[in-house]
Design a protein around this ligand. Structure first.
Ligand code: GLN
Length: 494
């Protein structure tokens, strides 16, 4: 049961060949079996999940026609508010906080009949690339338990790669869906900014944050994308346009005549040879499938990482001001002798981890008077240059491709004391956040050096999310024929 795709499970439940309860139970058993090794979840809602599953089975018994994902289990990143489960963002400052409302993404999962198994581990407030910044301990990569599952959505990627759930949600501010998907052999998609709602998503960098799906194949990712995306009047940056035809594109899986641009700036020094080898082979594969491949230069992409590390911390420093010990979660030192300011300072000192504090300090500095124009203002100008590079590139080609990350999953602890090395994991993913366009990561093989998964990143223009799925599905189909099944089938059993 746990090895089936989400589409298969949804089909079996709708046809009455299995029940949502049976499917939920199988996944809850799997969670019990492997969580001791993986630590993908911060909270497992076994009773709640079975209750949701029973409701789906009752709807079917009453003759209701079920949607494609009704009864399918999902792991939900702990950055989305859930009114029946804690929402901590893997921070001590929100320990035990149960929100009074559901995020729009949560509401839409429930409406689609998805069964929420629990909330997944992450880097605190989504700051990181390894899930080591969680206040509740790191998550392991199911391919090699001594390695990181990516981040910040590493609990979600690990849960799906370990067959604890066929689907998961994530959020991508600088790469937090695509990078964990790449290093665990999954499909992970960052929709067009504003294509999925931020309402009820605990804010990190509001102009970049984008919810998106994780799945073990392209079609499943498209089904989930469709289920929770689309216009939300409660999010002021939500796009009021229909969701691009992502499911249709995933089924189309065809690249004949498509113009594919290889980003010249992404490759060479600092890239693991095994990553480049798989990437280059996949480009050749695209050509053999009928795509026209050209090299494209996007010179401003070289400055994406540095400008991101001004803009994202700036927005974070402002967004995280709300954790003031008065409104949510933790309160330290409130013994009647201290002022509100003292309680606030003690709470923030105790409640935030080191990376979060680093970002708040960096962001406050970049926004302070005298430095605002030199740092934040300049970074915003670079952002415009990046968007213009994309615009020029998409005048020549339909999609751009690159490796998703420069390296495969690194060992837990290796980059923990070196923030710069950690930040480099998002070198190739950040430009699409800066410009707001769509981008996906699909598995493209294993690196020779370490036998670990490599991801192909496919970037498409704003609101052309369907192209990511179309190309991703074509690559997946051709590679699975070669491999004799999904890449994840090659992962060592847990
Ligand atoms: N790794 C990047 C960071 O630490 C991106 C995180 C994300 O996309 N949420 O900011």
């Amino acid at each position: 049961m746990i090895f089936k795709t989400a589409a298969e499970l949804g089909g079996l439940i709708a046809a009455g060949e299995t029940t949502a309860v049976e499917v939920a139970q199988a996944h809850l058993e799997r969670i019990e079996q492997v969580e001791g090794k993986v630590n993908a979840f911060l909270h497992v809602a076994a009773e709640g999940a079975l209750e949701q599953a029973r409701a789906v089975d009752a709807r079917r018994a009453a003759g209701e026609e079920l949607g494609p994902l009704a009864g399918v289990p999902i792991a939900h990143k702990d950055v989305f508010t859930t009114r029946d489960m804690p929402t901590t963002c893997a921070s001590k400052i929100l320990e035990g906080w149960v929100p009074p409302y559901d995020a729009t993404v949560t509401t839409r999962l429930r409406e689609a009949g998805l069964v929420i198994l629990g909330k997944t581990n992450m880097d605190e407030f989504a700051m990181g690339s390894s899930t080591e910044n969680s206040a509740y301990g790191p998550t392991s990569n199911p391919w090699d338990l001594s390695r990181i599952p990516g981040g910040s959505s590493g609990g979600s990627s690990a849960a799906v790669a370990a067959y604890e759930a066929p689907l998961a949600t994530g959020t991508d501010t600088g790469g937090s869906i695509r990078q964990p998907a790449a290093v665990t052999g999954l499909v992970g998609m960052k929709p067009t900014y504003g294509g999925s709602s931020r309402f009820g998503l605990v804010a990190f960098a509001s102009s970049l944050d984008t919810p998106g799906p994780f799945a073990r194949n392209v079609l499943d990712a498209a089904l989930l994308h469709e289920a929770f995306s689309g216009h939300d009047p409660r999010d002021s940056t939500s796009i009021s346009q229909p969701v691009p035809p992502v499911v249709e594109a995933a089924r189309q899986a065809d690249v004949a005549g498509l113009r594919v641009g290889v980003v010249k700036e992404f490759g060479g020094d600092g890239y693991q040879p095994g990553v480049l080898a798989r990437f280059n082979e996949t480009v050749e594969l695209l050509e053999s499938l009928g795509a026209k491949v050209v090299e494209v230069s996007c010179p401003s992409f070289d400055y994406a990482l540095s400008s991101y590390y001004l803009i994202a911390p700036s927005e974070a420093s402002s967004n995280l001001a709300r954790f003031d010990a008065m409104r949510y979660g933790l309160r330290v030192g409130d013994d009647g002798t201290r002022s509100a300011e003292e309680v606030m300072a003690l709470t923030r000192a105790a409640g935030f981890g080191p990376e979060v504090k680093r970002r708040i300090i960096l962001g406050t500095y970049a926004l302070s008077s005298g430095y605002y124009d030199a740092y934040y203002g300049k970074a915003q100008q670079v952002r415009t240059l990046i968007a213009r590079d994309f615009e020029a590139a998409f005048g020549q080609v339909d999609v751009l491709v690159s490796p998703t990350t420069p390296t495969t999953a690194f060992p837990i602890g290796e980059r923990a004391d070196d923030p710069m090395a950690m930040y480099l994991a998002d070198l190739c993913t950040i430009p699409s956040n800066m410009a707001g366009n769509a981008a996906i990561s699909v598995p493209c093989g294993l690196a020779d050096e370490d036998g670990l998964p490599v991801g192909l990143q496919i970037m498409a223009p704003v609101l052309a999310d369907d192209r990511c799925y179309r190309v991703g599905a074509a690559v997946e189909k051709a590679l699975e024929d070669r491999w004799g099944g999904p890449l994840l089938g090659k992962a060592p059993a847990l």
